[in-house]
Design a protein around this ligand. Sequence first.
Ligand code: HEM
Length: 439
Amino acid sequence: MPNLPPGPSSKLGTLIRYLRDPIGCMVPLAQRYGDPFSFPGDPPLVCTGDPAGIKAIYTAEPDTFAPLSGDLSVFLGQRSLILLGGAEHRRLRRLTMPPFHGARMRAYGEAMCRLAEQRAADFRRDQQVTVHEVAQQISLDIILQAAFGVSEPARMAELSRLLLDLIDGISPLIALFPSLRRELGGVGPFAAFLRRQRRLHEHLDALITAARAAGPRDDILSLLVHARDEEGQPMTDEELRDQLILLVVAGHETTAISIAWALYALHRPENAAALERLRAELAALGRDPEVEALDRQPYLEAVCQETLRRYPLAPAPGPRKLLRPLELMGYTLPAGVGVAAAIGVAHFREDVYPEPLCFQPERFLERKFTPFEFLPFGGGARRCLGAAMAFYEMRLVLGTILRRYRLRLASLRPDPGKVRAANVGPAHGVRMIVEERLA
Ligand code: HEM
């Protein structure tokens, strides 16, 4: 490829480095090769963590890019907005966006706190809990209730089983090797996956039909069913089904990982002062604070921001493929190449975040960062659709757990993180011991 920034030449070697240390591997690459640098691949991926480079990507005309997500439509559906580009992406995004506006989140606040309380109610003194698993159950409960308005335990359990069955059914073999995606007379992992997919689709289709027949409600499904595009057209049943699956897939593992990282970081001995300051802030709220009071706590918010900075979920989120040349920091990148804003570099710049490896929530109280310096939810036309929901949920669930329990880490060994499907999460799920239930 002509005139690409320098970078490592071995695709396999770079992949192994990434798998070993997904959060830490990006900064050394930028130090060695400069910023921007290229990841070898087909197509090669040009990464930048420089705010000027990130700005060039996020403010470019949206039609400069197509998504670079490979062929995932067999798993997520042909009409999943994360896989579409251009006018189709814009239309579906406009239709799917309204339930996720900041103000609408308030409708889900009570349920978020209640569902977190319910799952944490099982904690017993001296018990060891894997907080990533607990946070995952809480996030799944929350997204199911918010998306479908389902709150009866039996219906919630059934829907949650069907969705988790589908996600678990995506074996690495069929995800990595499209040639293995064959039904083979009903045997093998792909045939099993298709059976699970059919069961889930039948269930979702029934929920969509019921939501169309019912009057407007507060849940996301109802809002999506009644949404209209500029021509006054609703989403088709297939579009609705694909967006619902995407919201659950994109929405529950991500937020759960961030909550688990927050608990991990706060309970490291070197961050004891941060935990103490947060506990004091939460204690000052009294016995039964309003959800809105919990939401308004500045240090809780700063802790969540610092968690998203220090433990990015996607060191290079949503790589995009160039459909036309792009000027990026002195390079004219040709069509066909991939580009990515490298959070794994941007969030660790010494000049923006002094002592970048230290967990210091105070930095978010002391100054504001631009969207090209702090970008946990990506940016531009494909910025995370659930960002407001995720950030609200993080604050409420973390605040609720810390108000109820005193915990400690079961092991003080540093956790470098591990690649989990498309995200980077704690390697061992963060095991903690329940020390005390607070009155
Ligand atoms: C802490 C939790 C989360 C983090 C850190 C996160 C992060 C991200 C990132 C980095 C992207 C790619 C953005 C880009 O390419 O520029 C993304 C996309 C997306 N996220 Fe999230 N996310 C979180 C939670 C959620 C939740 C709760 C939902 C929905 C319920 C959600 C729905 C989506 C969707 C639909 C997209 C695709 C947007 C598009 O392509 O237009 N995410 N997220």
